[in-house]
Design a protein around this ligand. Sequence first.
Ligand code: PGA
Length: 261
Amino acid sequence: MDIIIASDYEDLSDRAHRMVLTQMEEHTRTVLGLATGSTPEGLYERLVADHRGEEVDFSKTITFNLDEYVGLDPSHEQSYHYFMHEKLFDHVNINPSNIHLPNGQALNLTHECERYEAAIDRAGGIDLQVLGIGRDGHIGFNEPTTSLQSRTHIATLTPETVEDNARFFDSKEDVPRFAITMGIRTILDAQKCILMASGEHKAEAVRRAVEGPVTASVTASALQMHRNAIVLIDEAAASALERKDYYRWIQENKERLAGRL
Ligand code: PGA
């Protein structure tokens, strides 16, 4: 794992933006795995701004979102379909047929999970997966005890996640209890993963994911098994890390080495 500590949320978003841009510049046809939530909003704002300046071309980009609530219509303001269109897709030249999110309204949810997994396969797999982390250590909606070998499946949200997401709904009761989410195995199959976290309320989850054991109790810890995972966090989210100085040391030395490559 590469642990990169950014000074604050703006710096974190700038760095994530550069990573995504580099990926898109190096591979015109890129399959991006995308996340919702507050954390990647700065990244999406920057991609939209680039597009306005015509610096970035999404015409050959294919996207797969991590998850979607069960039961929400895509036109519902809190659905992840809605979020993604509002924050990114409606502002760039992505081909609508290249946008993929699980259908949380499918009549047969099990088939929908299989269909989604097969669609990722057909696209040749995910090149770069953007991830956030929940306070309970989840990635996607892979809540504690989700199998580290899981594929796209129906997840039951923990009370903590319902609580955290209630801020987007009129009341806690309105937060869906189920979601379709890529599984941990699906995420680990991506060529590259970037986990982003900002704020002190994420510090403990980040510590457990990075320095704790690999465990289904903290599904983000599975990234320790990934060959190319970047943990991109700001100072506040890094505040509980025991080896923070060591990660900085690696970062500084790598930057020095980069100058020689
Ligand atoms: P957040 O959510 O970006 O809104 O903090 C992250 C998550 O729960 O995965």
